[in-house]
Design a protein around this ligand. Structure first.
Ligand code: SAM
Length: 246
């Protein structure tokens, strides 16, 4: 008698909403939520889920679990993955990771709920999300610290937040930000995102390379400064308008 569980047939899931975020591209997004609290996002509910009744009482919770689809990841998956946290070479099982390349491509993020705007449809304004613009969201659940916060838990190869780098901005970059109404929050976002060192793990050490990360409507160009003795720092050399890329 084969006592292996028979997997249920594939079943259809319908997104309840779509993310609008400060991250037009996957590149540069912090590895987990809460690492760039200046990152703004909105979850815009879609019909028929955009009923204000469906979120009645939700603002009584400060944090939400979002279940979503890594829609920009390929559908193929492999049992072993290479977590960037381990330098990009060591392999672990996909279920021992938070990899974006996984069966069913399901993601789970704990985000801060700032407010709900139900004046036209339902828009949840969020803080600290690690989701690319356009991410489909499948479910929202309120976070229950007494049930889900486990500071004593063992956390494998990711026991604490990733290390951060010092980040500086050129006077040209500062001048561009000074002219923007959102300059202060954009500067904060740039500093927080670059502090996470978004450079690809295998590229570290290429100190001459100029990297680019798109945030909101700008292209942030930066390079690594390798001090003789001491940590790498990142230097923002330019902040360009993404449209014109002038
Ligand atoms: N907190 C979630 C989790 O644990 O399931 C996501 C963790 S995953 C390592 C975070 C990365 O997912 C981000 O750095 C970004 O590059 C990527 N990402 C965000 N939104 C995505 C999407 N819609 N499709 C594919 N990758 C995405």
């Amino acid at each position: 008698m084969n006592d292996r569980p028979t997997p249920p047939d594939a079943f259809q899931l319908t997104p309840i909403g779509i993310i609008e975020s400060d991250f037009p591209d996957k590149f540069g997004i912090p590895r987990q939520p809460g690492l760039a609290t200046a990152a703004r996002a909105s979850l815009v509910l879609v019909p028929p889920f955009d009923d204000p009744l469906a979120v009645r009482g939700l603002t009584a919770f400060s944090h939400l679990w979002l279940t979503f689809v890594f829609h920009q990841s390929p559908e193929r998956w492999a049992p072993l993955v290479r977590p960037p946290r381990l330098g990009g070479n060591a392999k672990v099982g996909v279920f021992a990771s938070r990899s974006t390349h996984r069966p069913n491509r399901l993601g789970l993020s704990l985000v801060e709920l700032v407010e709900i705007d139900a004046s036209h449809g339902v828009r949840l304004r969020l803080r600290g999300a690690d989701l690319v613009d356009g991410t489909p969201v499948l479910d929202i659940k309120p976070y229950l610290p007494w049930a889900e916060s486990r500071p004593e838990a063992r956390a494998g190869f990711a026991p604490e937040a990733p290390p951060t780098l010092a980040v500086s901005l050129s006077s040209e970059a500062e001048a561009v930000l000074a002219r923007r109404p959102d300059g202060d929050s954009l500067r904060e976002l740039i500093l927080q995102v670059l502090a996470q060192d978004p450079r690809p793990a295998y590229r570290h050490g290429a100190e001459t390379r100029i990297y680019g990360v798109r945030l909101r409507d700008v292209d942030v160009r930066f390079r690594a400064l390798q001090e003789q003795t001491g940590p790498t720092t990142l230097r923002v050399v330019e902040v360009l308008s993404s449209e014109g890329r002038t």
